[in-house]
Structure formats: structure tokens, C-alpha cells
Design a protein around this ligand. Structure first.
Ligand code: BDR
Ligand code: CA
Length: 324
């Protein structure tokens, strides 16, 4: 079974990816070792508490949560305008209180180092946030990320514009130095960029369908979060006017469990860390020349119908078997 550390900054689409993983865990297909939270969409205390509340809501409060390594002076604004002031659609007050204690929590980089040393070659890191925690682990323990089975990252924009600047995607732009460090650290990286995630539109009608089949606190939460995210995505023109929201982070889950929905290119990824206008841009060399240093699989095509069908079916499973 796939052992997973989920590195996340919840975040509406992060929560959808987490619930998808929890469904797969309930189906006996995934083993969530820990959730490491990161600063990004919102500050590190809120991302921690959001993860804790959702694990409690879904009946998985036994899963360990770690607090994120923070930047001394973030140069980039958070994404509260998309995800809500609480990072979770301004509805986190409707959820159970956080059971995990932020102040006493282990730091994410420490847990990553400990678990990769304990299970070399066995753990997949699913990273759907700025890469600060992973880079911190690599800095403290050089070579540690090579011990991961795979590192699956949602981030970057290769042949499409960025979503925070004309050239950069949020997770990479937030901490390009961290991204550079992670991409230089190993050759077992898979990237799900905006090129494919901007096609993954989850709609209020899909949430309504689940809610009408199973009425409980979890389905109500999924529907409320979807409604908030849809309004914000429309307001900030994330979906080119289509009603729904982009479930970017779910693409990382799809890669692991529904790989037939994705097509990849093997390449070497570089991160722009200096450019005045291009900081955080992700690049690969498209020239037809021999390349000896490819280290990454980049997803460039997605079967969005297959993706959404799989996500919805797994949400149905989680909601059908919900007993809190
Ligand atoms: C990424 O940025 C965040 O706002 C989302 O949660 C996702 O991880 C998309 O660019
Ligand atoms: Ca995220």
C-alpha cells in the first residue's frame, strides 16, 4: 500500500485532495502517515488548524499533523482572497474544534527527515503547497529527499500563463528558492502544473448531487466549501467564466491512484529565482537535443472527465460510509 506524507496549505482545493486521500485510505488503497502543513494559502497556524478540523470532521483525528516551517519575511501575499480569511471558505467555525495542538506539534521538516530515514524508498510525499517544508528537510539533512519513493508536486506553469503573475504559479512563486532546492535534490519528482489543473473544474452541481444522496455534516461541508470556492474563482477569473472551482491539488492524488488520466513528459525542470518579471517561473528545454540530466515527469495532458468521475465516486464512497 502507498505510504503517504501529505504536505498541504489548506486551502479549499487542498481539502478536496485530502478528503480524496481519506476515501482511498478507507478503501484500503492508501496509508496516510502524516499531514505536514505549510505556510502558503494562509498562515501556518490556520493551515494546521484547518487540517485538524477536517480530519476530525471526517473521523481521521488519529492522523498526525505537523506545523509548517515559516519564512522569516514572506515576500508574497497569501491567497486568502481565493480561499477565505480562514483559508477554508470562511466556514471553518462550523467544524469541530481542532484536536491537534499547534504549539506542541512537531515541525514538518523534522517529521519528513524521521519518516524517510525510517522507511527509505517506501514513502511518497504529496506536496501541494509551497515547498518550504521539503526544502528545509533537505537543508537540514542533505540527500534526505532521495529516500522518498516519489515526490509528487502540484505546482508550476510550463506552456500556460501563471495564476499569480503572468509567468508564475502560486506554490512555486511563494518560495522559488525552496522549489529550486527540491528540484535539484533528486530525480524521482512528478509535477502536476497549471497546464493540466486549470482543466479540473468541480461544480456546485456535482457537490449538490453528493449532498442529495447523503445528507450529513461532511456532505454539507463539501457543498458549502464548493459554493464559496466557486464564487471566489469566478470573481478572480480563475475559470474563464465557468461556474465551478479548480481542484488543482487533486491532480496529485489522481496521478497516484488514477494514472491513466494523465500523460507526461520526462525532462529537467528549472526554476527562475532571480528574474524581475519572471520569478517563480518553471522551465524546461524544448529543443531536440540530447539531454542527460532529466529528473522530473511533467504532466501535460489530462482526461478531465475520467479525473472528475474518479473524484466523485471516491467522494461518494467517503460520504456513504460516514458515521460521525
Ligand atoms: C495552488 O495554489 C494554491 O492556492 C492551491 O491550493 C494550489 O495548491 C494552485 O496554484
Ligand atoms: Ca495547495
Amino acid at each position: 500500500m502507498t505510504k503517504i506524507i501529505f504536505d498541504t496549505d489548506p486551502g479549499g482545493d487542498d481539502i478536496f485532495a485530502l478528503l480524496w486521500l481519506l476515501s482511498l485510505q478507507k478503501q484500503g488503497k492508501a496509508e496516510l502517515i502524516a499531514v505536514t502543513t505549510a505556510e502558503g494559502n494562509i498562515n501556518s497556524k490556520l493551515t494546521f488548524n484547518n487540517a485538524s478540523k477536517v480530519l476530525s470532521l471526517a473521523g481521521f483525528e488519529q492522523v498526525e499533523i505537523c506545523r509548517g516551517v515559516t519564512l522569516k519575511q514572506p515576500k508574497v501575499a497569501d491567497a486568502a482572497y481565493i480561499h477565505g480569511m480562514d483559508g477554508m471558505g470562511n466556514i471553518s467555525h462550523n467544524l469541530p474544534t481542532a484536536k491537534h495542538n499547534f504549539d506542541n506539534a512537531v515541525y514538518a521538516d523534522e517529521l519528513i527527515i524521521d519518516k524517510l530515514n525510517a522507511y527509505p524508498g517506501e514513502i511518497t510525499i504529496v506536496a501541494v503547497a509551497p515547498l518550504t517544508n521539503l526544502a528545509a528537510a533537505e537543508t537540514k539533512s542533505p540527500g534526505i529527499l532521495k529516500k522518498a519513493k516519489e515526490i509528487v508536486i502540484m505546482g508550476g506553469a510550463f506552456k500556460v500563463p501563471g495564476n499569480v503573475t503572468p509567468h508564475a504559479e502560486f506554490n512555486i512563486y511563494y518560495n522559488p528558492q525552496a522549489a529550486e532546492k527540491v528540484f535539484a535534490s533528486c530525480n524521482n519528482i512528478v509535477v502536476l502544473p497549471l497546464d493540466i489543473t486549470e482543466q479540473l473544474l468541480f461544480t456546485p452541481a456535482m457537490a449538490e448531487e453528493i449532498l442529495s444522496s447523503y445528507q450529513n455534516n461532511l456532505t454539507q461541508f463539501i457543498s458549502d466549501l464548493c459554493n464559496f470556492m466557486t464564487a471566489a474563482n469566478l470573481r478572480y477569473r480563475q475559470t474563464k467564466g465557468s461556474k465551478g472551482f479548480l481542484v488543482h491539488d487533486g491532480a496529485a492524488v489522481a496521478y497516484l491512484f488514477y494514472p491513466e488520466t494523465l500523460m507526461f513528459r520526462r525532462t529537467k525542470v528549472d526554476i527562475e529565482t532571480q528574474g524581475n518579471h519572471t520569478s517563480g517561473k518553471t522551465l524546461f528545454d524544448e529543443r531536440l537535443i540530447a539531454k542527460a540530466n532529466s529528473n522530473t515527469w511533467v504532466a501535460l495532458q489530462v482526461d478531465k472527465i475520467g479525473f472528475l468521475a474518479s473524484l466523485i465516486e471516491d467522494f461518494n464512497f467517503l460520504c456513504m460510509n460516514y458515521d460521525s
